[in-house]
Design a binder for this molecule. Structure first.
Ligand code: C2E
Ligand code: CA
Ligand code: CA
Length: 444
C-alpha cells in the first residue's frame, strides 16, 4: 500500500499495515544510527502507543481493531516525510524514525501533528472511533548514540508519557548509575591495548573437500582486570560507540598478521579472517590502513580475509563494493558474514565483490531437525556457487550436521566440532597435530 521504503533494499514486513516490522525496523535503526554518526546528523525516534487499543478490541472486536490499526498506519503515513521510516513494532506500538532532524522542536512538531490529526475520529464503516496515544521521543546523538540505548530511552520516554498523562515526553537525561557500567567499560577499554588485555583467539576452518585445515577466524577476547574475560558482543558495541573500534581493529589486524607468520606450512596456503564492522569499511583511510599492515607483515602462505556482515552492505552498497573490489585487487579475500540474517536483495549478488559466503550459525545449528533451514542452506549454497563464491558454514557442533553439509556440497566448516576459538599457541598446536575426524574427514 505505502511506499515506506526510501532505502529500496529494506523489506516491508508487517502483513496488516505493510509497514516495517520489528526486525526490519531494528536493521534500519542500526543503519540510520551509523549514518548519523558519519554525517553528524540527528535522528529522532518517536515511539507511539495506542493506549486504549485493548479496550477498543474488547468493545468492537478484532476485525474493527485490525481496521483501526490499518487506518492509524495511514494517518502516520501522512506525517512521514520521504526520508523517514515507519514501523509497527508491537500490537499497538509504532515507531516513526525521523532523519535529518534539526533539534527537539522539530521532533516535537511531528508528534504534535500526529496528536492534531487524532482529534478527528476514525470512520470505520458505521463506526466512529477516537483513540488515545502516548508518544516517547529520543534523539540520536543527544540522548544516546547507540541503537539499543536509543530505543531503550525512547521507550522510557513513552512510559513517562503514559504515567504523566502528558501525551508526549522526551527521553530523560542521562541516568548516571544506569549508564555508569557502560562508562566504566569505556574507561577500561581505552587503555586495554597498552595494558595487553586484548587477545586474538583463533577458530579453525576446515575444508569438507580435502579434509585439511584452510585457516582460522580471529575472534577478539578482552581480559578485563575487573570483569575477567568479557564476551566480544558485550564490549564491541561500546567500542563502536566510543570510536575505539578503529584502533582496536587496526591493532588486531597487525597482531594476527604477525602471529600467523608462525603458522605451519604443512597444510599449504591458509587464510586468517578478521571481522570488519560496517563503520570501518566506510572510513576513507581504511584501504590505506590495510595496505600498511600487509606491507609490515608480508606472508606468502597466509591470506588476509575480511569478514563483512551482510547487513552493512545494504546501505552505501555501491561505495562498499568499490572499496571491496580495491581490497581484492590487493590480494585480500572478502567474506559475506552472517549471511541470511540481513535481508539483502538478491539482485546485488551479480556484482558483489566477494570470495566467500558465510552462513550464519542460526541456520546451521538445527539443520538436521528443521526442514526449512535445510532448504534455506541448500539454496544459499547453490546461490553462492552460481556466483563463483565458496561457502563456509559456521557453528557446526556435531557429526550429523557436518554430514548434512557435506551432502549439500558446502565447501568449508567452522565450529566446536573441530575446536572452540583458541589462544595463538594452542591454535598452532592444533594445526600441527590435526588428524581430521575418524571415518568422516581425512586430511589427504
Ligand atoms: P561471528 O563473527 O558470527 O563469530 C562467530 C561466533 O560464533 C564466535 O563467537 C564463535 O566463538 C561462535 N562459535 C563458533 N563455533 C561455534 C559453535 O559450534 N557453536 C556455537 N554455539 N558458537 C560457535 P564470539 O567469539 O563470542 O564472537 C561473537 C561475535 O562478536 C562475532 O560473531 C563477531 O560478530 C563479534 N566479534 C568477535 N571478535 C570480533 C572482532 O575482533 N571484531 C569485531 N568487530 N567483532 C568481533
Ligand atoms: Ca565472523
Ligand atoms: Ca555469525
Amino acid at each position: 500500500m505505502f511506499d515506506h521504503n526510501p532505502g529500496k533494499t529494506e523489506r516491508v514486513e508487517d502483513p496488516l499495515t505493510r509497514l516495517h516490522n520489528r526486525e526490519s525496523y531494528f536493521n534500519l535503526l542500526h543503519k540510520r544510527v551509523t549514518e548519523s554518526a558519519l554525517n553528524r546528523s540527528t535522528i529522532a525516534l518517536l515511539v507511539i502507543d495506542i493506549t486504549d487499543f485493548h479496550r477498543i478490541n474488547h468493545i468492537h472486536g478484532y476485525e474493527i481493531g485490525d481496521k483501526l490499526l490499518y487506518a492509524f498506519a495511514s494517518l502516520l503515513e501522512g506525517v512521514r516525510r520521504e526520508q523517514d521510516h515507519l514501523a509497527r513494532i508491537g500490537d499497538d506500538q509504532f515507531v516513526l524514525l525521523l532523519r535529518g532532524v534539526m533539534n527537539r522542536g522539530h521532533a516535537r512538531l511531528a508528534a504534535m501533528k500526529i496528536l492534531k490529526l487524532l482529534e478527528l475520529p476514525f470512520e470505520l464503516g458505521e463506526i466512529r472511533i477516537n483513540i488515545n496515544v502516548a508518544i516517547g521521543i529520543a534523539l540520536c546523538p543527544e540522548h544516546a548514540s547507540e541503537p539499543v540505548s536509543l530505543m531503550k530511552l525512547a521507550e522510557r520516554a513513552l512510559l513517562l508519557a503514559k504515567m504523566s498523562g502528558n501525551l508526549l515526553e522526551f527521553a530523560p537525561e542521562y541516568e548516571k548509575d544506569e549508564l555508569s557500567d557502560e562508562w566504566d567499560i569505556e574507561i577500561e577499554l581505552e587503555d586495554s591495548i597498552e595494558k595487553s588485555q586484548l587477545l586474538p583467539y583463533y577458530q579453525p576452518k576446515v575444508s569438507l573437500k580435502t579434509g585439511k585445515p584452510v585457516g582460522a577466524e580471529a575472534l577478539i577476547r578482552w581480559n578485563s582486570p575487573s570483569r575477567g574475560f568479557v564476551r566480544p558482543d558485550l564490549f564491541i558495541p561500546t567500542a563502536e560507540k566510543m570510536g575505539f573500534i578503529k584502533p582496536m581493529t587496526n591493532w588486531l589486524m597487525n597482531a594476527i598478521l604477525r602471529q600467523s607468520q608462525e603458522w605451519t606450512e604443512k597444510w599449504g596456503p591458509l587464510s586468517v579472517s578478521i571481522n570488519i564492522p560496517p563503520l570501518l569499511l566506510l572510513q576513507p583511510d581504511f584501504t590505506a590502513t590495510v595496505r600498511s599492515a600487509l606491507n609490515l607483515w608480508p606472508n606468502s602462505n597466509v591470506t588476509l580475509c575480511l569478514e563483512i556482515v551482510e547487513r552493512s552492505l545494504v546501505s552505501e552498497t555501491e561505495y562498499c563494493f568499490q572499496i571491496l573490489s580495491q581490497l581484492r585487487a590487493m590480494g585480500l579475500k572478502v567474506s559475506i558474514d552472517d549471511f541470511g540474517t540481513g535481508y539483502s536483495s538478491l539482485s546485488y549478488f551479480k556484482s558483489i565483490p566477494a570470495d566467500e559466503l558465510k552462513i550464519d550459525k542460526s541456520f546451521v545449528e538445527d539443520l538436521t531437525t528443521d526442514r526449512d533451514n535445510l532448504n534455506l542452506v541448500k539454496l544459499m549454497i547453490h546461490l553462492a556457487h552460481s556466483f563463483g563464491m565458496y561457502v563456509v558454514a559456521e557453528g557446526v557442533e556435531d557429526l550429523p550436521v557436518l554430514t548434512a553439509l557435506k551432502r549439500l556440497n558446502c565447501d568449508q566448516i567452522q565450529g566446536y566440532i573441530f575446536s572452540k576459538p583458541l589462544p595463538h599457541q594452542d591454535f598452532c598446536s592444533w594445526l600441527q597435530s590435526y588428524k581430521g575426524i575418524k571415518g568422516e574427514i581425512t586430511p589427504g
